[in-house]
Every structure is written in C-alpha cells, then in structure tokens.
Design a protein around this ligand. Structure first.
Ligand code: 5GP
Ligand code: SF4
Ligand code: MG
Length: 455
C-alpha cells in the first residue's frame, strides 16, 4: 500500500493528496481513498480501482471545501479481502472527535489484538488489521493523540507505516524496525508525509528526511514535531522495496532505488559472467539492473521486450488464470532484436514462476538461440508477513522445486539468482529485512506460524 498526508490550510489539500497518491499508484491498484479535515470534521471518499478512476474533479471539489489537511491511501490487499469496506482511510468518531487513518504494512499480532478488543466490547466493520490500530488509538485517546500513539505502539507487532488525521493535525509513525518506508517533505513552509519520495517530487515538495524507526511525527499549525514512541530496534527496511516494489526515482533511507538496482545488476555480472550477445530487461523492474549488468560485463544492452503500458501489474490480479492471460497482454518480444541471439534476461524476482516461463516462451518463439535468466534476488522461500504479497508458501515455486527444477520449468538454458550477500552489497550495507529469502523475520511472525517452516 501507499500512504500520503499533508497539512497545508492555504493549499488545495485534496488535490495535492490526489497527485501524491497518483505518484504512489504502483504501491496498490485495488482501491484508493482520501480523507480531508477542515478543522471540525472529516470528509472521506474511497472507491475500488485506480486513483484516476476513483476521483473526479467534482469529488475532489466536494472533498476540498475548506480543507486544511488530508491523508490518502492506495491499497493492495494482503489481509482482508478485496472489498470497498476494506478500503482506507478508515474514519471513526471517538471520544475526542473524528480521526482518519491510513496504514501500509501488516501487523503480526492483529488476530490477538482483535480478540482482546472484541472481548472488551469493540465492534469491527472491516477485516483489515488496520482497524485494530484505529480501535487502539481510540481506546487510548483520552489524552493527546501523540500519547495514544505511543501506547498503541507498545501493543503493535509487525510492520506499519501510518498516517493519521485528526481535526487539527496529522501524525505519522513508522514501526520500530522501519520495515515500510515513510518520509517527510516540505511545501511552502508546510509539511507532507509520504510512503516514497517520488510523491514529494510530484507535488513539488522538498525532501526533508525519512521518518525514523519508532518515531512519531506530528504536523500542525506550529510545524513539525518529533517524538520517539518506541526505542528503535535493529533497522530492517524491506529489501523488496529496492528489488521490486518501490518506484525507481524514490530514495528510501538515503539509498536511491535506481542506484540500488543498477548495483544489483553489477553484482549479478560479477557472480555470473555469461557468454552472450545481448542483455535484456524484463520491463520495468529489470530495467536498471540490466543496464548495470551490461555496464559491468561489456555485453550490449537491448530492449528485447516491450511492455504495454496500459496494463497494470499482473501480479495483483487475484486468480492464477487471470495472471497468465495478463502476462501475454502485457509483454511482447521484439523479434528483430532477439532472433538468433544468445540472450541474458534480467528480472527482479521469481515468486510463482508463471511470469518467467511465459516470457522465456515468448523469446523462444521469436528465435532466441539461448536464454539465460538472471534474477536480482535470491529464491523467494518464505512468505512475507509485513505487507508484500509474495504468496503462500506452497505457491512459491522455490519451495517446490530446486534451482534445476525451476530452470526446467521456466524453460531457460540457465538460471541464476543473486546471492544474499550480493543483495546486501548492492544495498550498501543498509540493514534490511531479507526474511522472504532466508526466513529470518526481524519483526516476528504471527503466533502459531512455524518458526523456520521446517517440514
Ligand atoms: P511470478 O514469478 O509470480 O510469476 O512473478 C514474479 C514477478 O511478478 C516479479 O518478477 C515481479 O516483477 C512481479 N511482481 C508484481 N507484483 C509483485 C509483488 O507484489 N510481489 C512480488 N514478489 N513480485 C511481484
Ligand atoms: Fe520485504 Fe521480504 Fe521482509 Fe517482506 S519478508 S518485508 S517482502 S524483505
Ligand atoms: Mg484548502
């Protein structure tokens, strides 16, 4: 998911949030929502689909009124089904007035917290774990909202980057491991929060800094205030943000996503020097890594695959059948470039293996002489409990087949994965989560889940 927040009474906050969400669209295409506070109450509009489909000029105008601050959310479901009731921001009335919340990440103890709250009489309207957070904040809401967030943070486990709008301020907080990104920007003396810096660039805000793990940010009429809600734990930013999820023009925790991907390509070239005629990316996520590989190996870069830019991310389609159709709709091989060539093809990751096998087939059909598939990450062996949909364990192809089996399944002449050390080198020593590759979960796992998935 993607979150955005802005405090700027003199600006059109609904429209700026709309643009901010537009820039974060890659983080979720299932639903979008904006909540605007005018200092008295909060208006919200949410809908299923893309930002551009959910909002119209008329809706933005209605939302704006005399809006002073706003938050927004784009969703891609990891918990709770794909329904409008599960769309965010969630808006509630509580003892101190109204509050809206938008959450990116997954809690690992949402089930227990939900049970406890329900025992005490809380009712739930959605199936998303984010509602648990709203309930906790409301329950602790007797004092200041900051105090309520501090107390809430003590109860939460897992990953969360969130923005909250109350009547006269917005708040942001990032879990103590900093798994999901959240950054601060400045716009004409006012402040903005966003999942990724590309959203700040889009609205013309200047990047200020990343929210620190465990930090709570308040933005109000006086400006920006910070408070450490919980001692920062060993930082564990999601490595998948760099490998695949984040937009290449974003900088997360001081590391530019494009640069990290270029370095992954360089590392791949060092680990797997292959005799070939061209290096091609699987667009868009393999793009910069392929450039890095070409640069390091001296093998020419070529655009052998063309992407239909009007098709969304295929992975997000809910069913397996849909996914396969979507791959063909999305990509085409350029025969002129491929025919008779020994091809190195670079992609970010193999999850289910469907995408890779389709693409190798495309390349063969147009006459590729050899296809070597190189992947910018290690095999995905463990599910993510922190908000990225890497599928259930049995659906991860690397849990079912060894490397040779996967190579055969995707139909490549050779298949190589970047090592964990290679990823780490590419990320320049940043302390990251690599749990989907090594099963080492920095922020814990849900109760009842097998620790290391020993069979
Ligand atoms: P699969 O191996 O499951 O067929 O597809 C993996 C490919 O899907 C990756 O190369 C990546 O580019 C793309 N993809 C799209 N959305 C996601 C996502 O949310 N998580 C992961 N892991 N990969 C995704
Ligand atoms: Fe990211 Fe993988 Fe960790 Fe999930 S398990 S937070 S996808 S690195
Ligand atoms: Mg306004």
């Amino acid at each position: 998911c993607g979150v955005f927040g802005i405090y700027a009474p003199e600006q059109e906050v609904a429209r700026l949030t709309y643009f901010g969400l537009y820039a974060l669209q890659h983080r979720g295409q299932e639903s979008a929502g904006i909540a605007v506070s005018n200092g008295r109450d909060i208006q919200v509009h949410k809908g299923m689909g893309l930002v551009a489909e959910v909002f119209s000029e008329r809706i933005l105008k209605e939302l704006e009124q005399d809006g002073k601050m706003a938050i927004g959310h784009v969703r891609y479901s990891t918990t709770g089904s794909s329904l409008l009731t599960n769309a965010q921001p969630l808006v509630v009335h509580y003892q101190k007035g109204m509050m809206a919340l938008a959450h990116n990440g997954n809690l690992t103890n949402a089930g227990e917290l939900r049970e406890e709250l329900a025992k005490e009489g809380a009712v739930f309207q959605t199936t998303v774990d984010s509602e648990v957070i709203v309930q906790l904040i409301a329950r602790y809401g007797r004092g200041s909202l900051e105090d309520a967030l501090v107390k809430t943070m003590l109860d939460l486990q897992g990953a969360y980057a969130l923005v909250v709008a109350a009547e006269n301020k917005i708040l942001g907080m990032r879990d103590p491991h900093g798994v999901r990104p959240l950054c601060i920007g400045q716009l004409e003396g006012r402040y903005v929060l966003a999942s990724e810096s590309c959203a700040l660039d889009t609205i013309g805000a200047e990047f200020v800094r990343d929210v620190q793990p465990g930090e709570i940010i308040t933005i109000d009429e006086e400006g920006l205030h910070s408070r450490q809600g919980f001692p920062a734990q060993k930082t564990a930013v999601c490595s998948f943000e760099y490998i695949y999820f984040a937009r290449p023009d974003s900088t997360i925790d001081q590391l530019n996503v494009t640069e990290s991907r270029r370095r992954m390509g360089v590392e791949l070239a060092r680990e797997y020097p292959i005799d070939a005629d061209i290096v091609i990316p699987v667009p868009d996520s393999g793009m910069t890594a392929a450039l890095g590989y070409a640069e390091e190996s001296g093998i020419p870069f070529a655009q052998g695959l063309l992407k239909n830019r009007y098709v969304g991310r295929t992975f997000i389609q809910p069913t397996q059948e849909m996914r396969e159709v979507a791959v063909r709709l999305k990509l085409n091989a350029n025969a002129q470039v491929i025919k008779g060539k020994r091809v190195i093809m670079i992609d970010d990751s193999i999850v289910r293996g469907t995408t890779s096998s389709r693409i190798v087939e495309l390349l063969r059909k147009v006459g590729a002489k050899e296809v070597h598939l190189l992947i910018c990450s290690p095999p995905v062996l463990y599910p993510c409990y922190y908000g990225i949909d890497t599928a259930e364990r049995e659906k991860l192809i690397a849990t079912q087949l060894d490397r040779e089996g996967i190579r055969e399944y995707v139909g490549a002449d050779s298949l190589h994965y970047l090592s964990e050390e290679g990823v780490q080198r590419a990320l320049g020593g940043l302390s990251v989560c690599l749990a989907c590759f090594n099963g080492d979960y920095p922020a814990g796992i849900p109760a009842g889940t097998k620790e290391k998935w020993e069979e």
